[in-house]
Design a binder for this molecule. Structure first.
Ligand SMILES: [Mn+2]
Length: 173
C-alpha cells in the first residue's frame, strides 16, 4: 500500500491545478481512507483558478468534498501525496515537501518518488484509488462510490484496457 499508515506526520493530498472530477474523486477517496485511519489530511489544489465549472462546483457541494484552493502554498511540512498528477509536472503547483508520494495514471513526466502507485495504462485515477482502497479493505460508502463513478465516467478513456496488470507498486504495467 502506497499510503504510509504508520507515518505520524501531517499529510496533504494535492490534486492537479484546475482539478477535474477524476482528480477530485480520487483525492476525496484517499482523504476518506486516511480519515478512517484517524488522520485529518489537507485536501487541496493550487494554481490561479478556483473550481468554477458548474458540474464540479455542484460535485464539491453535493458531496461536501473538503477540498481547499491554496494558490500560495509553496511547501508542506509532512507527506505530500500528489493524486492524478506527478510532483514537479507542468499541471500542478510546485509544493516542496518533506516526503512525496504519487498516485497517477498519466504518462510519466517526472522521476517518481519511492512511494507511488503509477499505472499509465489505466484510464482514470479513480480506478487506481478504488483498487488501492479495495486492497486496503476499506469499504466505500455510497456517496464515495457515486463520486468515484462520476470521476471515472467523465474521462473518455476511463475503461481499463483488458490485460492491465495491477501491481500496486511503482512501475509500468
Ligand atoms: Mn485529471
Amino acid at each position: 500500500m502506497v499510503l504510509p499508515d504508520s507515518s505520524r506526520g501531517a499529510i496533504a493530498i494535492q490534486c492537479h491545478d484546475n482539478p477535474d472530477a477524476d482528480a477530485l474523486a480520487s483525492g476525496w477517496g484517499l482523504f476518506r481512507y486516511l480519515e478512517s485511519r484517524g488522520r485529518l489530511p489537507l485536501l487541496f489544489y493550487g494554481g490561479r483558478n478556483s473550481i468554477s465549472k458548474p458540474n464540479l462546483v455542484k460535485m464539491v457541494y453535493a458531496f461536501r468534498i473538503p477540498v481547499e484552493h491554496r494558490p500560495a502554498m509553496e511547501r508542506f511540512d509532512g507527506l505530500l501525496l500528489n493524486v492524478d498528477c506527478q510532483f514537479g509536472a507542468g499541471n500542478v503547483q510546485r509544493v516542496e515537501a518533506e516526503l512525496s508520494a504519487v498516485v497517477d495514471h498519466h504518462v510519466q513526466e517526472k522521476a517518481l518518488p519511492e512511494l507511488c502507485v503509477f499505472q499509465p495504462g489505466v484510464g482514470s485515477c479513480s480506478v487506481l484509488v478504488w483498487r488501492l482502497l479495495a486492497d486496503a479493505g476499506f469499504p466505500l460508502a455510497k456517496d464515495l462510490q457515486t463520486a468515484m463513478l462520476y470521476g471515472l465516467t467523465r474521462i473518455r478513456t476511463a475503461i481499463p484496457r483488458a490485460g492491465i496488470r495491477w501491481t500496486g507498486t511503482c512501475g509500468t504495467p
